[in-house]
Design a protein around this ligand. Sequence first.
Ligand code: TTP
Ligand code: MG
Length: 393
Amino acid sequence: MAELTNILHADLDAFFASVEQLDNPSLRGKPVVVGGSRHSRGVVSTCSYEARKFGIRSAMPAAQAYRLCPQAVFLPVNMPRYQEMSRQVFAILSRFSPIMEVLSIDEAFLDISGCSRLYGSAEEIGRLIKEQVYSELGLVISIGISYNKFLAKLASDMDKPDSLRIITESQAMEVLKPLPVSRIWGVGQKTEESLNKLGIKTIGDIQALPAGWLEARIGSAGRLFWELAHGIDQRALEPEQERKSLGREETFPEDINDTAYLEKLIAQFAAELCRKLRQAGLQTASVTIKLRYSDFKTITRSKTIYPCNSDMIVTQVAGELLHHAYNGKRPLRLFGLSLGHLSPAADLEQGNLFEPQSNADHKEIDLLMDEIRNRFGANAISRANLLPDKDTE
Ligand code: TTP
Ligand code: MG
């Protein structure tokens, strides 16, 4: 029987730099550095593979990158453009499986269990994704496939750029053996140094240890490292809606310090966001407000709540957060509200013994309002606190 290879990790090659080369063909084949101008004190976000030959790396001071390769083209970060490309890449990935965990702007895991009947073997799925990303968007994506997250991510990075690598369970120990311990998930520079002091340099060194040895010396992380070194990783994929938050924010045309206006905005955002939650069958367990002052200083305030998707409760909690955090004096340029810790909503019919009665009351009103909006349009009904003030209209 074929070995299990159901987890796929995809990561774009030299992402920001590749987008710049795509948009400006004269940069192709040249060393391109994105982030931090050559005269500034900024750091490099990333650079093209042509620039990597000169030793330039992400997070390096731009001035150092310039000394290594003065002929490189230095470009500013154009985040909106990269975000747009990123969305399109994730849209292609999600064609292949509904179970996707986005890790960063240019990488995601896919659970491809059960996709073989549609698309063929894991390797064929990897090849199809590479082809579609390249032919539709012009970007090169590297892919790793294995039976867990740790090995899939490791695999996508092993033969970069333009790689497609599979690690099966029977290959895992051998593949891992020669790698430095820094390749283990969670081993940063400090942990690497402590492991080196214990005489452990490669993953193979950990494989040779009895299970409890490392745990006895460095605690519970030792157990985790021992398991990862043996290709064992039990972590499940965390698809978007289980993890992500839902938010709304507004940048004001002119700075404001009008608390009454902010309260209205809270009620409006809460109504919109909670409606989305209810439509998706989700509830939130944390409410966060964001305030950005005119000098760009930004603060956030959060509160954990009993899971709900009620406009009234979210409005009330966000209002309290606002009153604690804001004195109504300092000018604001942006206000945001977001709902985190999303989870599937409990069955609304069933009710919940432990749920406060007020939650249940609000639910009925919210559902009624959704029903009216679904039938007669989004503006057909709104709560009294959302209606415009008489004197402002
Ligand atoms: P990475 O995937 O780590 O790097 P990369 O895509 O540029 O190169 P490759 O995957 O081929 O090794 O990060 C994705 C993007 O995130 C990268 O293009 C720029 C940004 N980034 C930073 O801004 N700062 C950093 O320190 C890193 C590592 C990445
Ligand atoms: Mg990348």
